[in-house]
Design a protein around this ligand. Sequence first.
Ligand SMILES: *[C@@H]1O[C@H](CO)[C@@H](O)[C@H](O)[C@H]1NC(C)=O
Length: 356
Amino acid sequence: MDKEIPSHRWSISPLITSHLHLYFDMLSLLSFFLLIHVYLTYGAPTTKEPTFTVETKLLQAAINCPQTSQVAQDSVVLIVPGTGEQASSFFRKTLGQLLEKNKYHPCYLDVPNDSVGDMQINAEYVSYAIHSLFRSSNSKIRVVAHSQGCTNVQWALTFWSDRRKEVASFVALGPAWDGTEIAGLVNRVRASLTGGKMVASVLQQTTGSHLLQALKDHGGTKMLVPTTTVMTNTDEIVLPYESGNMAGATNIVLQSKNLCPHRLVDHFTLVTDAISQYAMLNAFEKGGSGMTDLEALEKNKETLCANKLPQFTSVSAGISFTTQSLMSAIQTVVTGKGKSTIVTEEPPLMPYAKAK
Ligand SMILES: *[C@@H]1O[C@H](CO)[C@@H](O)[C@H](O)[C@H]1NC(C)=O
C-alpha cells in the first residue's frame, strides 16, 4: 500500500530538496569547525562559578601552612575551623600535631572574625583555599573541618563545583547540616542582652535558616566528595546530633553499639577523641577510598574506647582543651568579633544561592 503513494507529490522538488540537503550538510560541517575553533581557542566549556566578593589577597592571607619549605604533594590537609575558633591556635596542638606525626602537612584556614560573620563569606575562604592548595601541591588535598567549618566546606563544594575534583577526602567533625536548635536559643539570649542584636553565622546555623535551606535546595546536603562524618550523641551544641548525618557518607556516632556506648564526649572534645582521630587518619590513608573503613574502626574499638590511638600516642589535651575552647568560642559569639558580624536578621543570600 505504501508503494502507492503518488509520486507526483514529491516529484516537484527533487532539485530543491537535494540543494537543501547540501545546504544543511555544509551548515553542520561549518558549525562543527566553528565548535572545534571555539574549543581550541577558549578551552573546554566550564560551568560558571560564583565570583568571590572578598579580595584575593585577603583570601590568600587566611591560609596558614607552617611547613612551607617541604614539598607537599599528596600530603596537604586543610583544617577548617568552627564558630569562634581560630584554626591555627585551636587545632595546632591537636589535629595539627597528629597530622604532622603522620607525615601530613596541615594548613590552617584562619577565617577572619573567627568565623562569626556571614558563612557565605567564610565559604569563599574555603573555596579559595582548596583551589590554591590543590594548585600549589599539584595534587588533590584532604580536608578536616569542625562544626560550622563543615557546612562552609559543603557550601564551597556545592556552589564552586570545580572544587569537588580537588578534594580526595573530607572528614566532618560535629557537623550540623540541618542546623541546630540551640543556635536559636543562643541568639535569643544574646539578643535580649544586646537590644536585638545577633551574630550572623549563629543565625545561619539555626535549624530552618535561609542559608541551610539554600544548601539543601542546591543538593548540598548529600555527599559530594568522599566524606566521613563523626558525631557524638552527647553534643551540647548540635541538637539533635543526628543533624550530622549525611546521605551517602560514612556516618559515625561515637556511642553506637559497635563502638563506645555511654561515652561522654562533647562538641569540643570530639576533636581530640581517639575515635575521631583514628577515623580521620584512616579516611586520609593514601590510595584509600577517602572514607573511614568502619570494619577497621570497630576492630580497634577496645583501644579507641580507652581513648588511645592504636598506632600513635594520643595527643588529646583532654578537659582543659574543652573548657578553653568553649570559653573562647562563647566569648567570640558574645562579643561578635568584627562589627559586620552583628546583625538584626540573617544576612541575605548571595544571588547565586537564590532559588533555582
Ligand atoms: C570581619 O569584620 C570586619 C569588621 O567588621 C569586616 O569588615 C569583615 O568583612 C569581616 N570579615 C568576615 C570574613 O567576616
